[in-house]
Ligand binder design. Sequence first.
Ligand SMILES: Cc1cc2nc3c(=O)[nH]c(=O)nc-3n(C[C@H](O)[C@H](O)[C@H](O)COP(=O)(O)OP(=O)(O)OC[C@H]3O[C@@H](n4cnc5c(N)ncnc54)[C@H](O)[C@@H]3O)c2cc1C
Length: 443
Amino acid sequence: MALDRTESVTVVGAGAWGLSTALHLINAGYTDVTVFDRASEIPSPYSGAYDLNKIIRAEYEDDFYTEFALEAIKRWKTPFWGANFHQVGYVLATSSAAPEKAVNHLQKALLSVKDHPVFAPGIVPLSGHDDFRNIYWQFPGPMTGFNGYLNRLAGYAHSSNTMADIYRHLSGRGIKFVLGPKEGEVVKLLYSTTRDLAQRRCTGVQLQSGKVYQARRTILCLGAWASTLIPDIGSFVVAKCWSVAHVRLTERECDYLRGIPVLNVRDLGFFFEPDPATKLLKLCPLGAGYVNTDKSTGTSLPPSESLETPTNYIPASDEEKLRRLLRETLPWLADRPFVEQKMCWFADTSDSDYCVDFVPNTGDSLVVLSGDSGHGFKMMPIVGEWVVRLLADGKQDLSRWRWKQVEGNGGKEWGDDVSWRIGTTKEIDEIAEEQDRMMKARL
Ligand SMILES: Cc1cc2nc3c(=O)[nH]c(=O)nc-3n(C[C@H](O)[C@H](O)[C@H](O)COP(=O)(O)OP(=O)(O)OC[C@H]3O[C@@H](n4cnc5c(N)ncnc54)[C@H](O)[C@@H]3O)c2cc1C
């Protein structure tokens, strides 16, 4: 059956994937697209991509994602996306203290690129302090036992600015945005009343204000909040968070560090070249992350207070990793106070695979994009194309991205087995207790 591109389409969530979806729907000729977000402005502070920058790299141990990421990088390098993309290069490394899993991951990552026809010309293996100093001439730190490689076909994108730009572009092309905690927050999905599940359809959404909004198709791009509207997805998608912190630099320091490749030390954390507008250098510790499991349902969701107040702290163990990373690289910053610290939420799956599919028992009326697993921003230029294809095909051909019906609480493993995750996932409550103990010890 021919697609009707005048049909009404609702996109819920205007984060990285929701904006991409709206963009590609309108590019494909859809004329009646409305986007809802609970945030009062875009970029939404609730989005996992509400941030200075995200790594854009295409090397995966798994060719499946490599191919998508290479295509995404091609788009990042076009005039439409390119103002926010900075191909400064990306160094993947381990320190002398790295556990075996981190070392193995590094070796596999290098194997996946060193003979690859696209990456190989831009790969530089790095072994020991002097090799690292050649790349990072500004770093006086000892970089003890650092090993790794530089990948020149990578870098970062300014993620908040990208979302702001796409929002402006879409607003100018007739996409309707309904924003804010009353009119923009969807609290319930509406379904047709039928006893026959095979005939059931999603008919629209109910907003916090009580109003309802009908649509032929509803596309959920809720990031960490997916299971608030479709609880069953909580069996294979969990809300998880990682820490983010910043160091404020002087203008001169910012200029000095301009152009450094993103440095990702697998057992410690990663940081980016400073942002020239804010003079902030962003750092993220690496680890398996934190979940917030509701014991009665087994589902992890971001704590409700994360909607009102920024948490403004990071766990002490994460701070320690970042201070070690700075001592190894930029020791003059190692004791400088961290600013704009936060816990940043995303949607994780145990195998790191995305979910881009119709929700079971809703026909072709309800689509969910979820499970970005902390590696979804780089795909922003192409995510919406996956949705347009799904609507045209009426089914998801890629088995890895299908809805996974898992009995009970299948997400218990929380993705710790994924090779690029080092450590064990913790409950966020444990961190609050750790933090309390630390505060008391400091008094
Ligand atoms: C610390 C951290 C580091 C990361 N680093 C990288 C990286 O280096 N490279 C990379 O590629 N990816 C990275 N990611 C992942 C990236 O941020 C996500 O893949 C991306 O944001 C997923 O987009 P999304 O649209 O699915 O979710 P989000 O961007 O989180 O957007 C979800 C949106 O849904 C809205 N919403 C939720 N519930 C409702 C509701 N009921 N009604 C209306 N609106 C609602 C929210 O306000 C939000 O705007 C990182 C993530 C984190 C947390």
